[in-house]
Write a protein that binds this ligand. Structure first.
Ligand code: XMP
Length: 326
């Protein structure tokens, strides 16, 4: 079996061999995978790596600022932030089908990178020095679930594997493609990334775009962001971040239910809590969270997020449910 040091040595050598004297660009999503992939590539090719955070407008509350602060403080890496929320929201307008959403987000993500590449090169005033490599934090389970594994069928096209456009200008560098999540965390720790990044729960590339059931709009994103921030804060305060693999919060945006608040009738949206325990996300069980914690999350969300009048708990394992709702 491979020790963490072996994995790092092996991947650094592979990256050097693949990239040679080229330059690479790496998208940071705010999650563990992209951060560890970036740190590995930086180890291999130093400042020929530039990290780009595409702010697709589908991030959680304060997430962009956290990447800006935590990751840059830990690594000193060059970071370019591409503010592209309008591009993504425009492309997603009117779209409700989950696979269509994923494909659109994946496509726009690559387009945003191409724009960022030009921008990065311009800023470095090194015209002609093409950035030829795109680093992605694709894990082994992502590949299996996107139909890349032997005998596997496509369940969801993960945006960092499927849905890439054919006019792709980058060659992909995927240093985590043979690893599981726990190995990725160990590699990150070994590379000196802080616990605030390494211990972070997984978050999908398409972000909140696949946690709004129905069309993605700015208003709906705002509702979901506020509810999600409360749920995450309470989970952390209860000391359960390590025990719970992740807890997606899902907005049923096309569903309304009747409620009562004070003297008045309300007609708001339900929100779903989807806490799961898992080893590698390929299978999962719903987390038996303490009922006091669930009560606190429910009270706070319905009190503090006006548009939500009902909080629902998802008690489905994977299979048959997937972790995300879309
Ligand atoms: P599912 O919903 O398929 O999710 O049970 C399994 C794990 O993968 C995450 N996920 C994604 N991660 N890009 C990613 O990087 C994606 O498109 C994507 N879709 C789902 C999900 O959060 C869970 O951890």
């Amino acid at each position: 079996t491979w020790s963490t040091e072996n994995i790092i040595d092996r991947e650094v050598a592979r990256i050097r061999e693949q990239v040679g004297e080229g330059r690479a660009i790496c998208g940071l999503s705010g999650g563990v995978d992209s951060a560890v992939a970036a740190a590995l590539v930086q180890q291999a090719i130093g400042d020929r790596l530039t990290c780009v955070l595409v702010d697709h407008g589908l991030m959680r509350q304060d997430e962009v600022e956290q990447v800006e602060q935590d990751f840059v403080a830990a690594t000193g890496v060059n970071l370019h932030i591409a503010r592209e929320a309008d591009r993504f929201l425009g492309a997603l307008s009117g779209v409700t089908d989950p696979e269509t959403k994923r494909k659109i987000i994946g496509r726009e993500f690559i387009r945003a990178f191409e724009a960022a590449e030009a921008q990065v090169l311009l800023e470095a005033s090194s015209e002609g020095a093409r950035v030829g490599y795109l680093v992605q934090g694709t894990l082994y389970p992502d590949i299996v679930e996107s139909g890349g594994g032997e005998g596997a069928s496509t369940i969801k096209s993960h945006h960092n594997v499927g849905g890439l456009p054919e006019d792709l200008e980058f060659e992909l560098v995927e240093p985590l493609r043979e690893l599981f999540k726990d190995e990725v965390r160990e590699v990150g720790r070994q590379l000196g990334l802080p616990e605030t990044i390494v211990g972070r729960q997984p978050f999908p590339g398409p972000g909140l775009g696949i946690r709004i059931i129905g069309e993605v709009t700015e208003h709906r994103l705002d509702i979901l962001r506020r509810a999600d921030a409360i749920a995450r804060a309470e989970l952390t305060a209860a000391g359960l971040d390590d025990e719970v693999w992740q807890m997606p919060v899902v907005l049923l945006a096309d569903v309304h239910s009747v409620g009562v608040q004070g003297d008045g009738r309300t007609y708001g949206h339900p929100i779903v809590l989807r806490p799961v325990s898992s080893e590698d996300a390929m299978t999962a069980d719903w987390s038996r969270l303490p009922s006091e914690l669930l009560a606190r999350i429910s009270n706070r969300i319905t009190n503090e997020v006006e548009e939500i009048n009902r909080v629902v708990l998802d008690v489905t394992s994977k299979p048959p449910g997937t972790i995300e709702w879309e």
